[in-house]
Design a protein around this ligand. Structure first.
Ligand code: NAP
Length: 488
């Protein structure tokens, strides 16, 4: 860990306030919960563990602040977000180190997430002043049709551990820009980044009660009463599809506006005319970003039979050369998985594929004797019935299968309940557009292994979710449309 000293680690950790942030005050939880470093299994910090009753106090605070925040000038809301963007950018190194410590991703990737996450504040600071409606004459004349946009009201946001900063800013940014107050519940495994973020928002000038943060070990027990409370108007969730389904059911009672960013099972399709250099570069990004722990991670490599052998060999070479280790160490490219259960899941999916005839080109094993490391792994001849083709692997494993015709490749790509993102590599414009139209996903990457961009609408179809985050669409999720008919 050449550059990062123990003193630097304790400086960053000691700067994080570890209470609950409710109504502009830091308060103690009903107990505390430990946050671990997945590289070592050591405890980094103890943070407040909110009770369900404290969750409702956070909602009380968001409800109390809603009217004033909605009435705050859009320019003022935008300036606070802009200031928060600037502060985040200034403190990028602290936030990056915090994420590397609590989540494990290598520091360069954590720095990338700060840039990406901060950009949602800048983007939505610019959107805050562009919320507009329409004015029209009814086709039959006479009546005028006035359409206005209003904030939906208090929001409950639940975020996952894999992108501790960006999954928060992607929700907080548009909510604040639209004039909504919010209660945020970060993942139990990675609460520190969100706690540091809300401190920064306060420094940027955010009034009390507009953003409230509750960390808890009792996600289900704390969340349900908030979701069933008639004062809440929207839920926004990023996480797994099974939990998303439960939350949608709970949301039905109060007919909440719902945004769900759920699981993925991304196909990565390499056609026979693909530029293999680009395809392998794209595969490394799509597979290995965030240690494979991304909803957008390529989960199934579907490669034309004429190029499969070369593609597999090149990918195995590149992945086999990647440096695995603690994210704070120089040159490390692959950090640990999030916990022992994640290693267990990845190991058993690989064992299942191998039992069914898959060949290991590289990896296929755990690494080291502490922390939760798994070697970058490439498997070929993976039978289509292998469990890893129907489930999210959420780890550094690339399974390859082959296809003969475009129709077969597209059919295979669509053969999943999920529909978040797909990647396709081809040098033909016609093929690229045809494939993009036929893929049943919310997003498609053509000749690129990453699609996330704050200026683009991120989200899925089918079991991958409802709604979009970012782009022009992102703020709409936090607005209601009101129509006023005016007789002239
Ligand atoms: P998860 O288990 O669904 O947890 C996500 C969040 O939901 C955490 O804050 C968790 O709290 C909370 N939670 C769990 N059970 C709950 C319940 N019954 N009621 C209320 N909240 C509950 O997912 P994860 O393992 O953290 O994240 C990985 C998943 O997220 C993957 O499926 C991935 O594809 C998906 N993801 C999707 C996107 C996207 O944009 N589509 C982006 C990133 C990740 P605790 O931490 O306390 O359990």
């Amino acid at each position: 860990m050449a550059g990062i000293t123990a003193a630097r680690i304790s400086e960053v950790l000691s700067g994080v306030r570890t209470g609950l942030f409710i109504g502009g005050e830091w308060v103690a939880g009903a107990g505390t919960l430990a946050v671990e470093d997945p590289s070592t299994g050591e405890v980094l910090a103890e943070v407040a563990d909110a009770s369900p009753a404290q969750g409702l106090l956070a909602l009380d605070a968001a409800v109390a602040a809603q009217k004033d925040w909605a009435a705050t000038d859009p320019r003022v809301r935008g300036e606070i977000l802009r200031k928060a963007f600037e502060l985040l950018t200034q403190r990028a190194e602290d936030f990056a180190l915090l994420m590397t410590l609590e989540m494990g991703k290598p520091l360069p990737e954590a720095r990338g997430e700060v840039t990406y996450g901060a950009e949602f504040f800048r983007w939505f600071s610019e959107e805050a002043v562009r919320i507009a409606g329409r004015y029209a004459t009814a086709p039959s004349g006479g009546t005028r049709l006035l359409t206005m946009k209003q904030p939906v009201g208090p929001v409950f946001a639940i975020t996952p551990w894999n992108f501790p900063l960006a999954m928060g800013t992607r929700k907080i940014g548009p909510a604040l820009a639209a004039g909504c107050t919010i209660v945020v519940k970060p993942a139990e495994l990675t609460p520190l980044t969100t706690l540091a973020l809300v401190d920064l928002l306060t420094e940027a000038g955010l009034p009390a009660g507009v953003v409230n943060v509750v960390t808890t070990s009792k996600a289900a027990a704390l969340s349900e009463p908030i979701i069933r409370d008639p004062r809440l108007r929207k839920i926004t969730f990023t996480g797994s599809t099974p939990v998303g389904r439960t939350l949608i059911e709970q949301s039905a009672q109060q007919v909440l506006k719902v945004s769900m960013e759920l699981g993925g099972n991304a196909p990565f399709v390499v056609f026979e005319d693909a530029n293999l250099d680009r395809a392998v570069d794209g595969a490394i990004l799509a597979k290995m970003r965030n240690i494979g722990e991304a909803c957008t991670a390529a989960n199934r490599f579907i490669v034309h039979e004429s190029v499969a052998q070369e593609f597999g060999a090149r990918l195995a070479q590149r992945m086999g050369d990647m440096v695995v280790g603690r994210g704070i160490e120089d040159d490390v490219q692959v950090g640990p998985l999030i916990n022992a259960a994640a290693v267990q899941k990845v190991s058993s999916l690989v064992a299942d594929a191998v039992d069914h005839g898959a060949k290991v080109l590289t990896g296929g094993r755990t690494v080291g004797d502490r922390g939760y490391f798994y070697a970058p792994t490439v498997l070929t001849e993976v039978p289509r019935t292998a469990g890893m083709f129907s489930q999210e692997i959420f780890g550094p494993v690339a399974p390859i299968t082959t296809f003969a015709t475009d129709a077969e490749g597209i059919e295979l790509a669509n053969d999943t309940e999920f529909g978040l993102v797909a990647y396709a590599f081809t040098e033909s414009l016609t093929r690229a557009l045809t494939v993009a139209e036929r893929l049943e996903t919310g997003m498609v990457g053509i000749n690129q292994g990453i699609v996330s961009n704050p200026a683009a609408p991120f989200g899925g179809v089918k079991a991958s979710g409802i709604g979009r985050e970012g782009g022009l669409e992102g703020i709409e999720e936090y607005l209601e449309t009101k129509y006023v008919g005016i007789a002239l």
